[in-house]
Design a protein around this ligand. Structure first.
Ligand code: AMP
Length: 394
């Protein structure tokens, strides 16, 4: 079923509960170190303001686990948001309750109210019906623009839709459109690049995309389980031994489908995962027993760059190595730069890959930066995201 977007509904002058993803990174001084998530919500907020809505903004921040945690108050978002919109933002003392309801009723057209961290209430993550109803009381209409939490069935993403007419914001709509295209009709060759830590997190995507992709390239910690599954020596690299059979099955499926499936031809290996560690380059299958693979090597980089050049659609999630440590960041940076100069339609998802794209200075050159790492992976796994399904049933 089609999802209604905010242009298809009459919002003129209404109180709109807008679920956004302001789960921004903060430093010790509680300053926001990256405003991307706030900026991503601006098109929807500005549209609602144009329609003279009373905009009630709601988000979670961090993991307060159902309690008030002073360091996770939403307050640091107020000023940068106000500056970006050139508008006054009122901070509510909570996200539910009589006082907040009163504030919402007193709002004038074109005003903004920022609710306190939704996750200060344990009911939010339980999708509690009563809590959902209390949130709904603040508004006449619900808009979801928080793709990053669309894979969670929470009160502010699912429960609230039982009580209010609902629609998708522009950001959510764009994410659905881009990711659906990857699943339904990607221009080929379609290249999947996966890296990062855990096989478990990414294996569903590989499985679901096996019928759609032409090429898969792997890097990061997860690639060593695949290398091990081919019986090559991986030394002391991170391997998920309990996933070896699963990974062997995937390799077999990929072979049957004649998919080009690459694991790194060579590796950067280190004696420990630390900036002051010794490190050298080694061929695949020759990692000595006490050494750890920490990045893809120069031959792998060249091979992967060639795959990127040939592709027409690319999805990338997960760094190629321990990119937080400078000497082990080369593979990830090279992949980011290669994506930036590729002919292909490029989609990057996941916090670490976005950070890498930013660090490489090529953010503007990627076609779509997905704001939800986990959500984009679940979408590409072919799963129904509860936050999206909740908007469809209306
Ligand atoms: P993910 O959240 O699954 O995308 O994983 C990202 C994390 O994987 C980053 O913190 C990387 O440092 C880590 N990582 C990437 N390559 C390796 C590796 N070869 N060994 C250990 N950790 C790695």
């Amino acid at each position: 079923m089609e999802i209604k977007d905010i242009k298809q509904v009459d919002l003129e002058g209404k109180r709109v509960f807008l679920r956004v993803d302001f789960n921004v990174p903060l430093n010790e001084k509680k300053e926001i170190t990256d405003e991307t998530r706030i900026r991503a919500a601006l098109p929807t907020i500005n549209y609602l303001l144009e329609k003279r809505c009373k905009v009630i903004l709601a988000s979670h921040l961090g993991r307060p686990k159902g309690k008030v945690v002073e360091s996770l108050r939403i307050a640091p978002v107020k000023e940068p948001l106000g500056k970006l919109l050139n508008k006054q933002v009122t901070l509510a003392p909570d996200c539910i309750g009589a006082e907040v309801e009163n504030l919402s009723l007193k709002m004038k057209e074109g005003e903004l109210l920022l609710l306190e961290n939704l996750r200060f209430h344990s009911e939010e993550e339980k999708n509690d019906q009563e809590f959902s109803e209390k949130l709904a009381k603040l508004a006449d209409f619900y808009v979801n623009d928080a793709f990053g939490t669309a894979h969670r069935a929470h009160s502010s993403t699912v429960g609230i839709t039982e009580f209010l007419p609902s629609a998708a914001g522009f950001l959510l709509e764009k994410e659905i459109k881009v990711l659906s295209k990857l699943l339904q009709n990607p221009e080929r060759p379609f290249l999947l690049i996966l890296g990062g830590a855990k096989v478990f997190d990414k294996v569903g995507v590989i499985k679901n995309l096996l019928d759609r992709v032409n090429t898969v390239i792997l890097g990061g910690a997860l690639s060593y389980t695949f290398v091990k599954a081919k019986n090559w020596d991986v030394g002391n690299s991170y391997v998920e031994y309990d996933k070896l059979d699963l990974v062997k099955g995937i390799l077999e499926e990929a072979r049957k489908r004649r998919i080009e499936f690459h694991t790194p031809l060579d590796h950067i290996i280190a004696s420990k995962i630390a900036a002051d560690s010794n490190y050298i380059t080694t061929e695949r299958g020759t990692i000595p027993s006490s050494w750890i693979g920490v990045d893809i090597g120069p031959k792998a980089i060249e091979e992967y760059k060639d795959c990127i050049k040939r592709a027409k659609t690319i999805f990338w999630n997960g760094p190629m190595g321990v990119f937080e440590i400078e000497p082990f960041a080369q593979g990830t940076m090279e992949i980011a730069r290669a994506l930036a100069s590729a002919d292909a339609y490029t989609v990057v998802g996941g916090g670490d890959s976005l950070a890498a794209v930013k660090k490489a200075g090529v953010r503007e050159k990627i076609d779509h930066l997905s704001t939800g790492g986990g959500a984009s992976l679940e979408f590409l796994e072919g799963r129904i995201l509860p936050g999206i399904a909740a908007l469809q049933k209306i």
